[in-house]
Design a protein around this ligand. Structure first.
Ligand code: ADP
Ligand code: MG
Length: 238
């Protein structure tokens, strides 16, 4: 059974079809990277998986169970977006444990979860600060910590590093890779950075104009692109 299945999903905004019959299966523990040019529908697909936008047609299954009409909270998914919306009036500790509080996780468990992710992300020394007292990279770690505190079935990352400077981006990339190796989590990760895609992915899905053009290992997509668009986008040798 796949961790996540997307079956013939279509999404319309008004008269515009933004997702056109998208199908994907992601196995448990797999790191899938979704790439494609701006406006091709990557975020729309992520929002559909998360339940933030209803689909027009098709089905979404998590661990074999249809969640197409379930709320985001019922889907056991955690998301990290490009604009990491931390609560400005809360400390880092409160930001990380807030989602657990909402889910009525007992205090002792919440505290243990905060300690665990703070240690993992090396932000233990920042727990009593407010977001305004953090650098961009530190804030992004907190946003990630908030997602990791929950141990959901699936993580969705939508261009989580694109607001960071180049050096931090490389550091965070390495950290995300280590996290995945350590925790064995299932991840769907959007980026338009080909190097990020090639270094992180178990598999890469290339999207264009609302469709998946190719799904394969980084090696397949890079060395055996299905068409000239994929070749150009991945920077394949000609
Ligand atoms: P990407 O993340 O790949 O850059 P998006 O999924 O954000 O692309 O957008 C895909 C298309 O859907 C774009 O043409 C965008 O303008 C349109 N779109 C996205 N969200 C909405 C919305 N809420 N209402 C109307 N159109 C939208
Ligand atoms: Mg997007």
């Amino acid at each position: 059974m796949s961790a996540l299945e997307i079956l013939n999903v279509c999404k319309d905004f008004g008269s515009e079809r933004v997702l056109k019959d998208v199908s994907l299966a992601i196995e448990s523990g797999e790191f899938l990277i979704l790439v494609g040019p701006s406006g091709c529908g990557k975020s729309t697909l992520m929002n559909a998986i998360a339940g933030l936008e209803p689909v027009t047609d098709g089905e979404i299954l998590i661990a074999g169970e249809a969640v197409t009409w379930k709320t985001p909270a019922e889907r056991d998914i955690a998301m990290v977006f490009q604009s990491y919306a931390l609560y400005p009036s809360m400390t880092v500790r409160q930001n990380i444990s807030f989602g657990l509080e909402m889910r009525k996780v007992p205090r002792a468990e919440r505290e243990a979860a905060v300690e665990r992710v703070a240690d993992l992300l090396q932000i233990s020394h920042l727990l009593d600060r407010k977001p305004a007292q953090l650098s961009g990279g530190q804030r992004q770690r907190v946003a990630m910590g908030r997602a990791l505190a929950r141990e959901p079935k699936i993580y969705l990352f939508d261009e989580p590093l694109s607001n960071l400077d180049a050096k931090l981006r490389v550091d965070m990339r390495t950290e995300i890779k280590k996290l995945h190796q350590r925790l064995g989590t299932t991840i769907v990760y959007v980026t338009h950075d080909q190097i990020e895609a090639m270094t992180l992915a178990d598999s890469i899905a290339v999207m264009r104009d609302g469709r998946i053009l190719q799904l394969g290992t980084p090696d397949e997509v890079y060395n055996d692109p299905v068409d000239i668009f994929v070749a150009g986008f991945m920077g394949s040798p000609s």
